[in-house]
Design a binder for this molecule. Structure first.
Ligand code: NAD
Ligand code: UDP
Length: 347
């Protein structure tokens, strides 16, 4: 399908990945689904640096080869273009599975809502079956969207959420909720070792310039000197986590004791209005952009802030990178990215 990947030592063969016995085994064999996406590629980066063998499974619907280009020639990295809504068989031991496959931006997950839902339900079931066959531990990338448009701030893991089951965000929110249910039952009734991370808004280099999320949209608009489009009045809030902190939280959760078999919030509790974010981006880029306002999308959450007491207590984790520093690094990334794309006007 589509892109051709340079031949790997371990080979790419339809729905079955054949043994990679020739590959030096420095650590564990770890599958990262969604591994060519924004977060998944940074996770591959971290795992490869730790000496693990990484099998990246991705259908490339929102992921990009450029995110993993540097790893393709490594002997302990295999890319496999595969959709997780199809069963996956691997003829070598697998120790861990990070299941990140799923479009994360509303624009992307609403492009094919049926496929999004299938990814979270059938795809997750396929990964749980794979984990069961290999006795591997599975970590699911869940989301703060399981809390919907929250009635409480901050949101702790005990909050059941306020989610519209029949709206434009439901394919994602309800898919991720159903995935958590499946994971619970595979854990309790099929003995699969599982972890669940409820990830709050995370940003950084390797986001797509056209991904539609607020951080990438605002920075790209500012750098191109275009108007910055705020949805609604901009007083809705989000709490933004830099990718490095989030990846560290995921790895800690994967290694946490079996007592941490319940969902854990991972995010930065530093909460900002969307207007505040827009003003920071304008100031940081020196852009002449004006703010323009358009309709608030249906069911867009009004507030969001993680309660991370559980992650602090059980993973000894908390985010370290302040918004200003993370934004500066993301602006630098997009400035280069736009220049590489030949954008005519880059601030
Ligand atoms: P992303 O869109 O950059 O990455 C998703 C990756 O999954 C892409 O590479 C895409 O091609 C791949 N993919 C999608 N459906 C697939 C399928 N059916 N089979 C195989 N591959 C598939 O998004 P991201 O921000 O890197 O998010 C990664 C994960 O983290 C997602 O599961 C998302 O729901 C979760 N998450 C992210 C955030 C965030 O703020 N970044 C917040 C909450 C949850
Ligand atoms: N948003 C905005 N302008 C944009 C993109 C998003 O004002 O160009 C708003 C959006 O309505 C939401 C917030 O920013 O209130 C975060 O949106 P994003 O899509 O990044 O993430 P999510 O809504 O899934 O948290």
């Amino acid at each position: 399908i589509g892109l051709r990947i340079p031949p790997q030592k371990s080979g790419v063969s339809g729905d079955r990945l054949d043994g990679a016995s020739t590959i030096a085994r420095l650590g564990k064999t770890v599958i990262v689904t969604g591994g060519s996406g924004f977060l998944g590629s940074w996770l591959c980066d971290r795992l490869l640096k730790e000496g693990h063998r990484v099998i990246c499974i991705d259908n490339l619907m929102t992921g990009r080869i450029q995110n993993i280009q540097a790893y393709l020639s490594l002997p302990n990295f295999t890319f496999w273009q595969q959709d997780i809504i199809n069963p996956v068989y691997i003829d070598e031991p697998v120790h861990q599975i990070y299941n990140l496959a799923c479009p994360a931006s509303p624009k992307c997950y609403q492009a094919d809502p049926v496929h999004t839902f299938k990814t979270s339900v059938i795809g997750v079931m396929n990964m749980l079956e794979l984990a069961g066959r290999h006795g591997a531990r599975l970590l699911q990338a869940s989301t703060s969207e399981v809390y919907g448009d929250p009635e409480f701030n901050p949101q702790s893991e005990t909050y059941f959420g306020n989610v519209n089951v029949y709206g434009p965000r439901s394919c994602y929110d309800e898919g991720k909720r159903a995935a958590e249910t499946l994971i619970r039952e595979y854990h309790l009734h099929r003995g699969v070792d599982t972890r669940i991370a409820r990830i709050f808004n995370t940003y950084g280099p390797r986001m797509r310039y056209d991904d539609g999320r607020v951080v990438s949209n605002f920075i790209v608009e500012a750098l191109k000197g275009e108007d910055i489009t705020v949805y609604g009045d901009g007083l809705q809030t989000r709490s933004f986590c830099f990718y490095e902190d989030l990846i560290d939280g995921l790895v800690r959760l994967m290694h946490a004791s079996s007592e941490v078999d319940h969902p854990v919030n991972l995010g930065n509790p530093d909460e900002h209005t969307i207007l505040d974010l827009a003003e920071r981006v304008i100031e940081m880029t020196g852009a002449k952009s004006r703010l323009v306002f358009s309709d608030m999308p249906q069911d867009d959450p009004h507030i969001r802030r993680p309660d991370i007491a559980c992650a602090m207590r059980e993973l000894d984790w908390k985010p370290k990178v302040p918004l200003q520093d993370g934004l500066a690094r993301t602006v630098a990334y997009f400035r280069q990215d736009l220049q590489d794309r030949g954008a005519t006007e880059v601030a």
